[in-house]
Design a protein around this ligand. Structure first.
Ligand SMILES: Cc1ncc(COP(=O)(O)O)c(C=O)c1O
Length: 451
């Protein structure tokens, strides 16, 4: 039961809650959407209005809302033992079992797991592990981390320094030293004006030139989202990650796959690099591991790296720790969540629904504002432009993307935008009817905003 009025809630919110990406006035202007319940791909607000959750909240509610079995497993674990540290010399059963499960369902070269509580912590762990691994191998100068423009890796100092969306920097600079960015394979807006297949970016030559310029003995790792998410859903051209792997191998650079969004079925494979048969050295995960029912993240690491860690003598223990690494309740929920994904065939379902979504979105290409439609599995975007031929963007002040979002919300669909790129990633349980509605309402919203 809700025992407080909407007006009271909004006043309390304004007074006391600092939101992520906080602007109090913008928050109030959009009329805070207070969600109170959900079922499958549908969420309900405090007024009883229903919406299709077009982005699975933050790309993370993979198995959909309202899963009683996840609540039950959490309650059961809490009543047994809610917290049991995993610090040296202690362990708990769900953490051990989930580590084993993640090794089993990720890439064949994976061996061990270190848990964190979210995506940024996972990436920090990956960066620190890469540096410490090279020190163990006798290359103490291999310290730099290369990422890509338009990447999103989180906002802690290290993760922010790897994040390639520049809006996240100015208020907090300087960024940490040793982080640098290369071009993404953003073919619709190729930085070099080339066409796919004939571009040093999508052939990863650009990455190789950067490593050579910096000096391979100074570079620890390259980090990439298999499909760039928050930056505008940017899938790579086929062959890109094969070349990335070759370049990393040639120069002894670790390849970190940030699968915080793409993991756990989102793209129609359990982990996304399987689309191209590529194996990373470290996988960062979070979000879909528990479908956001409780915070959890971590890294899955390859056998050579795990063996190097195992070989450390007691006086040189790996000095990286989070209190909540391997939280028993979070890991119990993670295990159940993975079981649901497997039992219900949600990876295959995501592939099929993703196919329907992108085909539906392609029917919108006839609209004058739809410049590009792209995606992989249940991760899609439509980029709106002022001029289709020249690909000229709308003036930022016209806020076309934000207006389309508002029109979608009025019509019962929650999308997300990066400027005029409309992003979609519904829960993996989404139905064909819901997919069609996501597409149709987007078309309608674009027409309404055009006026
Ligand atoms: C690819 C990717 N990596 C890392 C993060 C950071 O995760 P968190 O917000 O849990 O720190 C995100 C969050 O959206 C993400 O999309």
């Amino acid at each position: 039961m809700i025992d407080v009025s909407v007006e009271e809630l909004v006043a309390l919110d304004q007074a006391h809650l600092i939101h992520p990406l906080h602007s109090a006035s913008a928050h109030l202007a959009s009329g805070p959407l207070v969600l109170v319940s959900g079922q499958g791909a549908v969420v309900r607000d405090i007024h009883g209005r229903e919406y299709i959750d077009g982005l699975s909240q933050l790309w993370n509610v993979n198995v959909g809302h309202g899963r009683r079995e996840l609540a039950e497993v959490a309650a059961e674990q809490m009543s047994q033992i809610a917290f049991a540290s995993n610090y040296s010399g202690q362990a708990n059963i769900p953490a051990i079992r989930l580590a084993r499960k993640l090794v089993e369902i990720s890439y064949p070269n994976m061996q061990a797991v270190f848990f964190a509580s979210g995506g940024a912590e996972s990436n920090e762990s990956a960066f620190k592990l890469a540096r410490s691994y090279w020190k163990m191998q006798g290359y103490p100068e291999k310290l730099k981390i290369i990422s890509r423009r338009w990447a999103y890796h989180g906002v802690t100092i290290g993760a922010m320094s790897a994040t390639g969306m520049s809006a996240y920097w100015p208020q907090f600079e300087p960024r940490a030293p040793g982080f640098l960015q290369v071009a993404p394979p953003y073919c619709y807006r190729c930085e070099l004006g080339k066409t796919p297949g004939h571009c040093p970016i999508d052939t990863a030559e650009d990455l190789e030139q950067t490593i050579l310029r910096e000096g391979p003995d100074t570079v620890a790792a390259f980090i990439a989202e298999p499909v760039q998410g928050a930056g505008g859903v940017i899938p790579p051209p086929d062959g890109y990650f094969t070349r990335v792997r070759e370049v990393c191998d040639r120069h002894r650079v670790l390849f970190i796959a940030d699968e915080v969004i793409t993991g756990f079925g989102r793209t129609g494979k359990m982990f996304a690099l399987d689309h191209w048969n590529v194996r990373p050295d470290i996988v960062s995960f979070a979000k879909g591991v528990t479908s956001a029912y409780i915070p959890l993240g971590g890294i899955i690491i390859s056998k050579p790296i795990a063996e190097a860690l195992r070989a450390l003598p007691p006086e040189q223990a790996w000095m990286h720790a989070y209190t909540y690494s391997g939280h028993a309740v979070a890991c119990a929920v993670g295990l159940k969540n993975v079981e649901i994904i497997e039992k219900e065939g949600l990876v295959q379902h995501a592939a099929e629904m993703g196919d329907r979504l992108i085909k539906g979105l392609r029917t919108l290409e006839s609209l004058p504002e739809v410049g590009d439609v792209r995606g992989l599995g249940l991760m899609c975007a439509v980029e709106l432009v002022a001029d289709k031929k020249t690909r000229e963007a709308f003036p930022a002040a016209s806020k076309v993307g934000a207006k389309v979002l508002a029109a979608g919300r009025e019509r019962g669909i929650l999308y997300r935008n990066r400027g005029d790129v409309i992003e979609m990633a519904p829960p993996l349980v989404v139905t064909t009817e819901q997919i069609d509605r996501i597409v149709n309402v987007l078309g309608e919203s674009i027409r309404v905003v055009r006026g």
